[in-house]
Design a protein around this ligand. Sequence first.
Ligand SMILES: [Zn+2]
Length: 258
Amino acid sequence: MASFSARGLILKRYPLGEKDKLCILFTHTYGKLRVSARGARQSSSKLAGVSEPMVILDAHLHQGTTFQVLAQAEAIETFPVIKTDIVLISYAMFLLELVDRLTEDEDPAPDLYELLVRTLYLLGASRDPASLVLAAQWHVLHLTGYMPRIRECCMCDTRLDATAGLPFYAAHRGGVICHRCADGYRGETLAFTRPLQSVLHAIGDLMTPADWSSFTVEEALKPMLWQLVRSHMKAMTDRDLKTMVFLDALRFDAIGKV
Ligand SMILES: [Zn+2]
């Protein structure tokens, strides 16, 4: 494929050399591509504005020696409403980082692409962006195969609804463990309370982004869900999500707002 066109969303960009950018372009058709945008760090470049995160573009690409080369690009969506609100930007960047972290290059994932783009469109008009993003990220985990196991104990396989004691979420086990296994478990855990179980099962039952845009997570449960997602991601990928650290700081500054 010497030369081809693709529609995609820029997840991230890095400086490359003195004047270029390396963009992580998540395309509908080909999955994630590493694309160099030559000269794009010069403000006079036609590629300067389109080669930024959270821009959907129609790209014309050539096969380069190391990366694909962005020859031409037309911005299709830049999400201006999101970009004027620090809270919305933070949520959007969290979703972009999550997708970047959980996908491999050149592994087509059209369903994940659709989910991400539709969620970004809904985010701009959402009255409860935290609930929307919490629901969306759960489905990102599902589509990428990183969903934690929450219905059976990860250690003894007992169905959790068959046990009376309080189960615990154990990130390094990849999900929940029953109260019996938790007794001797020395790793980090988080109480997997009934309300937490119910809200995650409810989120799992939501079928489309339109469904989760009208879904509301009770305020008291949001910090616990964020904590669960954060520990899960850290255990799965060995690193904290950078955007999650920022979201935490934001919540600390604006309790009740986020
Ligand atoms: Zn168990």
